[in-house]
Design a protein around this ligand. Structure first.
Ligand code: GDP
Ligand code: MN
Length: 396
């Protein structure tokens, strides 16, 4: 099944990072200069690519990891036979524990200067930030430590966008002169167009190489798309042949009901509302010596039906020995939560012990409902976490 004919709305795909060659395809669509070359999946193919180029080449591991150069995943070859040989070596490697399934064979550039150009989101400023440096090659994080003064930044006004005069100013601040200013500015403008077209979270050209004969070319390419915007880029995902992450029945059901659901190795299912509270609940369970089996965030405004569904999904996971429900009533009403739990119990669905803590909206009503049904509840998250851990340990 391809991503495109997955009709389900739960479009839970892979983290959307593009391989260098995929990112470069997009760069080229936007008319950015990149070195000539192509992808190879076998040494023979690498030889063909190198022969097509007919010049010394660089052979680069295609893995979703940075610093491939340092890991030995970027090698040079003067002849096509040599290209086949280094491709064979690289295709056997694992980089950052990822297998190398393809290499990119490109014309080797004569470097006069390595430049950095990128755009990412500055979450503190809530704006895109365009970043440039005349000292490319090393990672921007390293550069920030060794020579922060060499990093030029410009935030993008979300209403005004990023303009050519700003790109030229970046190039000037990076120390470029004359015709180089416009040429370099062009790369920033293309990155900005791509950022807008693809809801990009991070894009980087590092290095953007200035060759000895005065050409600027994107020698590396990084492009990460915001996962939350992937529904707008289904055709790209299809084109890149990305498969949705394999989901088991429980994950599929949870996604269908719009619940955040993650399975872990322990035995206590934590059902809460809000990701922060769920996380804190997992921490609490760990603090009292327990292990969570499930992160289940019901989301805001869960009604009785939804609570019941959450319990049902959690119980489908065979590892679960107890359930901890921790609810901060806000939009979610405690009486609705209580009704959901009772309905799960009455239907005979509740096959493991359940500990509940809930506070907030309609707390009194909720507690009364639980009390009448003989279901104990606790007042604090700490008490509830300690209790559920105790129950599991007793049962063991
Ligand atoms: P990374 O280590 O994963 O970021 O991979 P890069 O594609 O950035 O390559 C690492 C380094 O290899 C670059 O910083 C360059 O120094 C060098 N390199 C990459 N492509 C070329 C090229 O075409 N010619 C030359 N001379 N060096 C290159
Ligand atoms: Mn790089």
């Amino acid at each position: 099944m391809s991503a495109a004919d997955n009709s389900s709305d739960s479009f839970m795909v892979i983290l959307m990072k593009l391989f260098e060659h995929e990112a470069k395809d997009i760069f080229r669509e936007f008319k950015m200069p990149t070195p000539p070359g192509g992808v190879a999946r076998t040494p023979e193919e690498a030889k063909e690519r190198a022969a097509e180029i007919g010049k010394p080449v660089v052979v680069k591991a295609q893995v979703l990891a940075g610093k491939r150069g340092k890991a030995g995943g970027v090698k040079f070859a003067d002849t096509s036979d040599e290209a086949a040989k280094v491709a064979e070596e690289i295709l056997k490697m694992r980089i950052n524990d990822l297998p190398v399934k393809a290499v990119l064979v490109e014309e080797k550039l004569d470097i006069a200067q390595e430049i950095y150009a990128g755009i990412t989101i500055d979450r503190n400023e809530r704006k895109y930030v365009v970043i440039g440096s005349s000292a490319g090659g090393m990672s921007i994080e390293e550069l920030a430590e060794t020579s922060p003064e060499k990093i030029i930044k410009r935030h993008v006004d979300p209403f005004l966008g990023f303009h050519p005069y700003e790109a030229r100013q970046m190039a000037i601040n990076m120390g470029f002169k004359g015709k180089q200013i416009n040429r370099l500015a062009g790369f920033f403008m293309i990155l900005w167009k791509i950022v807008q077209a693809y809801d990009v979270e991070l894009t980087e050209i590092n290095p953007l190489i200035l060759t000895k004969d005065g050409r600027f070319l994107a020698a590396d390419a990084r492009l990460n798309i915001d996962d939350n915007a992937l529904y707008r880029h289904k055709s790209l995902i299809e084109e890149l042949k990305r498969e949705p992450a394999e989901q088991n029945e429980r994950e599929r059901l949870a996604a269908e009901h719009d619940m955040a659901y993650v399975e872990l190795d322990g035995d206590i299912a934590c059902i809460c509302n809000g990701a922060g509270l769920t996380m804190a609940t997992l921490d609490s369970v760990a603090h009292y010596g327990g292990k969570a089996s499930t992160f289940l965030d019901l989301g805001g405004g869960a009604d009785a039906e939804r609570v019941k569904k959450g319990i049902e999904i959690a119980l489908m996971y065979p590892k679960v020995k107890a359930i901890l429900v921790n609810i901060m009533g806000g939009i979610t009403r405690c009486d609705e939560v209580a009704k959901g739990i009772i309905s799960a119990k009455e239907d005979g669905d509740l096959t493991v012990p359940l500990v509940i803590r809930m506070v907030g909206t309609n707390e009194g009503e909720g507690q009364e409902i639980l009390q009448k049904a003989g279901i104990p509840f606790l007042r604090t998250m700490e008490e509830a976490a300690a209790k559920v851990v105790e129950i599991v340990k007793e049962g063991a």
